[in-house]
Unconditional design. Sequence first.
Length: 97
Amino acid sequence: MSRNSAMILVLGTGLLTGCAADYLNNYDSVTLAAGDTQKFNSLLQTVDPLNPASKNTRIEGDGTRAAAVAENYKHPPPPPAPPPITVNIGNSGVTSQ
């Protein structure tokens, strides 16, 4: 084995052991970020967590307009007619429809 390949082998092994070090640690949780349950529970049980605007039960809108939109969705209007086809013949400026 040459000196360069031995050096590459040593460096590769060193890099791989750095990745496995975190894998071999024993943690009591599933992930490393699983330590915020107490903070989450205290925020979950706050006195008034809702936005004050959420108490507004008046829905802005018009029933007649909503019914017209629903009817238009069920039976859409026919598409517009395609534009007429114009064909230029040479440089004469004559068009055919």
